[in-house]
Each structure stands twice: as C-alpha cells, then as structure tokens.
Design a protein around this ligand. Structure first.
Ligand code: G3I
Length: 385
C-alpha cells in the first residue's frame, strides 16, 4: 500500500434497468434491518439466525460508555447518510466496550476479512461461508446495520491452492464460480459489493494480476456482470486506494467507469478507500474529484478511511489526523447524494495499520483504551453543523 499521492437519477444511463434506485434500496434495507431477519435477511438461502453465535456480547449501557449524544449514526441519519466501520470479528467478543461502540455509533459495516476468498474457500471446491455467518452478519443484523460486502475479485488474501499450477481457463472458471457462489450465498443481505478491489496502478494503468492475466484485461466488466447476475439488487462497486486526489489514478478510474457505463455494464459505485498518513499532504481536490464521479450518476462512498501516524503520538500529529478526518468527511458531504462514510476499524487496539507499517499506528477514531480521540469529536461537529 502506497501512501496518499506523494507519497439523479442514481443509476448509470442505460445500465441496470431492473435495479431499484439506490434510495429505495437504502430504504428497503433500513426497513429490513428494523424487522430483521424476517424480510431482507430471509431472502438469503442461509439465514443469519440459523446459526446464532455461541455467545452474546455483554451489553454496556450508554451511560457506561461516556460518549456524547447523539451518536455518529444518529447525526448521519439526520443528513440521509450512513456512517460505517469495518468489523474486526475477534474484538466483538473480546471487548464488550468495542461491541457497544460498534452498535451505538455505526449504521453500515464491512467485514475486515471474513468474506475474502482465502476465508470462504480455503480448500479448492470447499465453499465455506460460516465465518461471516458466525459473528459478522448476526452482529450487523442485531445492530440494524447495512452490510457492504468486501471483496470479490482482488489479488490479495487469495487461498494458497490458487498458487498451484493451473491454466488460464481453469483460473477463469474458478473466479467466475467464486463470484457467483459468494454473491448467491449472501444474496438479499448485502447492500453493496466491492466486486473489484484495487485494480489500478498509481500511474493509472491497469495492474497486471492473476485475474487480468487469466480472464483478460476486460475482467472487470466480466466480473461485474457475474455479480449482477447472481444478485441484481446489490449495488456493485470498484474500490481502490489513493483515488482521493485528482491525478492519474483517479483520472483512469473515471475513464474506466465511464467506459463501463457506455457499454451498459452494471457499475453502480466507486469506493474511495481513504487510507491517509499524516506525513503526507491531504489529497488535493478531493471534493471536486468526488463530485465528478457523482456526476456520472453513480454512488460514491468513502470505504476504508483511516489516518496513520509515526509513533509515539504527538499533539501535532493528532491535530493533523483530526484535520484529515474532518477534511475527508467535509469533502464527502459536498457530494449531492452521499451514501456512506466508512472507517477501516474504529479502535487503535485492533487496527491493521500497526502490523503493516513499521513504527506507525494510532490511525483510528478511538484510542487503545477505546476512548474517543479528537477526530471522533470533529466528525460529530461536522455532521452537526
Ligand atoms: O488468519 C490468519 C491466521 O490464521 C494467522 O495465524 C495469522 C498470522 O499472521 O494471520 C492471519 O491472517 C491475517 C489476516 O489479516 C486476518 O487477521 C493476515 O496475516 C493479515 O495479512 C491480514 O491483514 C489484512 C489485510 O487487509 C491483508 O491485505 C487486514 O486485517 C485488513 O484490514 C486489510 O484490509 C485491506 C482491505 O481488505 C483492502 N484495502 C486495504 C486494507 C488495508 O490493507
């Protein structure tokens, strides 16, 4: 992962004529969540309620959390959007405070790892979706949270069996089966899928990976069609990092989406991951960039926001982090019809950053003790204004 640069009609014209509008889909899922699992959840072949988790996290009263009211999710709801987080499954039972903050503050969730290919098909031909059914989906249903599915076609977190010797035709059939089987398994329970994850190089060229090689450079369009056939009601996204600024990578994504729309390929959204670092400038032109994508008639969402810093934390770095989170949300709110602003984990104690960037961390909204940091209060202020 590179650091940030320097380091409607709510459908595509001509595409997805059978899809409900994004607004009605949001409404459907919101209603389903209230009544879960009787409506939308029941549409899936395997109900979350069929396999309840073995334990229920201890409830923490609002007073014990000592967080201000209204919550982020309530403030966002008043503005017609959702605030999200990735869920780190082990934390849900390890920390009652984590579980309570997750329930209180967020209205849309992404699985940090449990829907990735290495989890759902660890052995060739042995599809296993129980990890998501065990904690992630029941937690989302209990919390009345929409679900972003993450992710289907990526070069990362692939099962080891894929690295054996296979022909391109075999690999192409595997990825088609993977997309079809996973989307089908969760059909009716996923609001939006990150169908394609991280397809572009920093210079805007298409990254060469196992899927561009096996299926061909048009694998993006092909995978979107597979996903659409398996669940015509899910919003289908391409998701990438370092897309926030106007530059070669976001220009290339813009051209890619426009080309897909012109061909009638089902593309409904672009996810801007938003992994920032205080050591680099804030991405220039983020608001204008998001607006030009929204003008294509697709959803734009911030999908994985966090702001890392060299450790130890200093007051100056914390101030920059607060400013970057604020600028990201403010830029996002300039989009005419915002959908969701998601952080990639909300707790420093469970963030992916510390394990990936030597000497860096403290990237989220809550500190190691799950107490809110200045960025949390800043996001509240922006949503309140
Ligand atoms: O599950 C194994 C476990 O069996 C093993 O014992 C352990 C030993 O290291 O590893 C465990 O797997 C780890 C996995 O997370 C689950 O915890 C992997 O090592 C670790 O590499 C993996 O990291 C994930 C990373 O994606 C992998 O690329 C992070 O948790 C996850 O937050 C991160 O998420 C990505 C998004 O999907 C795409 N955008 C970037 C984002 C951050 O990298």
């Amino acid at each position: 992962m590179s650091p940030q640069a320097s380091g409607v009609e709510d459908r595509a014209p001509g595409a997805n004529a059978d899809l409900p509008s994004r607004r009605s889909a949001l409404g459907l899922f919101a209603g389903a969540a209230v009544a879960a699992p009787a409506t939308a959840l029941a549409a899936g072949p395997a109900l979350a309620s069929d396999r309840p988790p073995a334990m229920t996290p201890a409830a923490l009263a609002d007073a014990d959390l000592d967080l201000p009211s209204p919550s982020l999710r309530e403030l966002a709801e008043r503005r017609g959007l959702r605030i999200g987080t990735a869920i780190h499954d082990p934390a849900v039972f390890a920390s009652p405070r984590y579980a309570a903050i997750l329930a209180r503050e967020f209205s849309i969730v992404s699985p940090e790892n449990v829907m990735k290919w290495d989890t759902v098909e660890p052995e060739h031909g042995l599809a296993d979706f129980t990890a998501a059914e065990h904690i992630f989906l029941p937690t989302a249903a209990r919390n009345r949270q929409l679900v972003r599915g993450h992710n289907l076609v990526w070069h990362g977190q692939l099962p080891s069996w894929l690295s054996r010797t296979w022909t391109s035709a075999q690999l192409a059939s595997f990825v088609q089966a993977h997309v079809t089987d996973e989307v089908t398994a969760f059909r009716g329970r996923i609001f939006a899928w990150d169908v394609i994850n991280e397809p572009l190089n920093e210079d805007g060229t298409l990254a060469t990976n196992i899927w561009s090689t096996a299926v061909g450079p048009d694998y993006i369009a092909t995978a979107l069609q597979w996903a659409h056939a398996a669940d015509p009601h899910a919003r289908l996204y391409i998701n990438d990092f370092n897309l926030e600024a106007i530059g070669p990578k976001s220009d290339a994504m813009y051209a890619l989406v426009k080309g897909l729309q012109q061909r009638g390929i089902p593309i409904h959204g672009v996810g801007f991951q938003g992994h920032l670092d205080v050591r680099f400038p804030f991405p220039s032109g983020m608001a204008e960039n998001l607006q030009r994508f929204a003008a294509l008639g697709i959803d734009v969402a911030v999908t994985e926001a966090d702001v890392r810093m060299p450790l130890p934390v200093t007051p100056a770095q914390l101030a920059t982090q607060t400013s970057y989170y604020s600028q990201m949300l403010s830029a996002y709110l300039t989009v005419p019809d915002p959908v969701s602003f998601t952080v990639w984990g909300f707790a420093d104690a469970y963030s992916w950053v510390d394990g990936f960037f030597t000497g860096e961390g403290a990237a989220t909204l809550f500190d190691k003790n799950l107490h809110p940091k200045p960025a949390y209060f800043a996001l509240r202020d922006i949503l309140t204004a």
